[in-house]
Ligand binder design. Structure first.
Ligand code: ZN
Length: 89
């Protein structure tokens, strides 16, 4: 039996795809927002595709604040940006 792959939707462009193509941002029980890296994080997740345009738009439009309905610290966006540029090298 084939395993069903859950689809994720980019919060910026609304494109759907497999989770490997997305960066996951998690808001945990303490309302701390982190970029999910190697370790799995608990909490509400938002997905953004690994597309420089979406990353830029997300940071510019503060999309995370909208999705999590809270103020997202600038450092989260920085972490996000750094994490993404690191992966490209
Ligand atoms: Zn996207």
């Amino acid at each position: 039996m084939q395993k069903k792959v859950p689809e994720r939707t980019c919060i910026v462009c609304r494109k759907k795809g497999e989770k490997e193509n997305f960066i996951k941002i998690v808001c945990n029980k303490n309302n701390e927002i982190h970029v999910e890296k190697d370790k799995k994080l608990d909490g509400r997740g938002a997905y953004i595709c690994k597309n420089p345009e979406c990353i830029k738009k997300c940071i510019k439009q503060k999309s995370l604040s909208r999705v999590f309905k809270r103020n997202v610290d600038e450092s989260v966006y920085e972490e996000f940006e750094n994490e993404f540029s690191a992966k490209q090298n």
